[in-house]
Design a protein around this ligand. Structure first.
Ligand SMILES: NC(=O)c1ccc[n+]([C@@H]2O[C@H](COP(=O)([O-])OP(=O)(O)OC[C@H]3O[C@@H](n4cnc5c(N)ncnc54)[C@H](OP(=O)(O)O)[C@@H]3O)[C@@H](O)[C@H]2O)c1
Length: 322
């Protein structure tokens, strides 16, 4: 099998494309042939050595993808050879084969192609957690969405719109405005340095927004707090880009709430993984949710995908095609 490994932490240059023996399949596990693997910011965090410290080097990167069942381990029920499946969290997904616990797989309906599924799992489940569970957006709510032209931002914008909210998107350059608007953003702020709050407050009619979704690192944190209205909610979710400075709780304004939602809590049982993935697939099948694939790379070009994501030049989802 072919894999993208790292032997030690570092920049994109530490990623190696290698031949490895096929993995062994354990009880309750499934061997999947990967047809598309998603690139996520957390893969960059793993590459940098900030996550998966418990997994020894060399490590195969990647957590998400879609593909076909190649073999079934003992005790696996409910899956058949050749069946199309997708997953959101299976370490080692930057590969042409990966072994995954059956409980972490979802079957793919006919109308959802492999690339769409690979692009949807992590960012779609994260977006649905944020907008339907962590802060259930209500009709009339105004949301500020950071990195609104990224894979997550585009899906989050659409789900907020489906729920009747208004979206103010924030992007780092003007060439991303069109993508954010196409996803439904009502207003887009171009800002890279954290100076967006004043415009967000003005656009929200002077009171500030009901909710901010901020995975953009320390630069945006204070502006996100400033942009909230009284009793607003800040969903902070960007550990890879770094935490803000410690907060003095006495300095917090306006009865606001701050939380750190994680997609893992949205799919904490196999039943929730299935029902919440099915909801996403239904939205796509009904034409209510569009998946924008920004760029596809060969598996051996995974380092370029990381470099593109870190350069802030990408829009939509980046995929690796083994
Ligand atoms: N808590 C969770 O459960 C969870 C799950 C998934 C993802 N996340 C987080 O969500 C964020 C988006 O991740 P993703 O994998 O879904 O990718 P993504 O949405 O495609 O994000 C890419 C966007 O991130 C922004 N970006 C890139 N480098 C940056 C930098 N150095 N500083 C600030 N912004 C930068 C860029 O937007 P602009 O240049 O337009 O700002 C880029 O378009 C990450 O912080 C990730 O850790 C959290």
């Amino acid at each position: 099998m072919r894999v993208v490994n790292i032997a030690h932490p570092g920049g994109a240059e530490v990623m190696e494309y290698l031949d490895r023996p096929d993995p062994e399949i354990g009880v309750g596990q499934v061997l999947v042939g990967v047809t598309a693997a998603g690139v996520n910011f957390m893969d960059i965090g793993v590459r940098q050595g900030n996550f998966w410290r418990e997994i020894p080097y060399p490590k195969t990167l990647g957590v998400e993808g879609a593909g076909r069942v190649l073999a079934l381990g003992a005790g696996v029920q409910g899956f058949a050879l050749g069946q199309r499946v997708a997953w959101v969290y299976a370490p080692g997904s930057y590969a042409d084969k990966v072994v995954i616990p059956a409980a972490s797989l979802v079957p793919l309906p006919d109308g959802i192609d492999d690339r769409t599924a690979a692009a949807l799992m992590m960012q779609g489940l994260t977006a649905s957690h944020f907008a339907t569970d962590f802060y259930p957006v209500q009709t009339g709510d105004i949301a500020l969405v950071h990195a609104a032209a990224g894979g997550l931002g585009l899906l989050l914008t659409q789900i907020i719109k489906l729920r009747g909210g208004t979206v103010i998107g924030r992007v780092s350059s003007s060439d991303k405005v069109a993508a954010a608007k196409e996803a439904g953003a009502d207003h887009v702020i171009v800002d890279r340095d954290g100076g967006f709050a004043e415009e967000a407050i003005r656009v929200s009619g002077g009171e500030g927004v009901h909710v901010v979704y901020d995975g953009s690192g320390p630069t945006t944190f204070q502006g996100s707090l400033n942009a909230l209205r009284t009793s607003g909610t800040l969903a902070w979710f960007g550990p890879v880009l770094g935490a803000p400075a410690p907060i003095d709780i006495m300095s917090l304004p306006k009865s606001i709430k701050i939380g750190y939602p994680s997609f893992a809590h949205h799919i904490r049982t196999p039943e929730l993984l299935l029902s919440r993935s099915t909801q996403l697939f239904d939205w796509v099948l009904k034409g209510q949710l569009q998946v924008r694939i920004g760029r596809e790379y060969r598996l051996e070009d995974a380092a370029q995908a990381h470099a593109d994501m870190e350069s802030r030049a990408s829009t939509g989802k980046l995929l690796l095609i083994p």
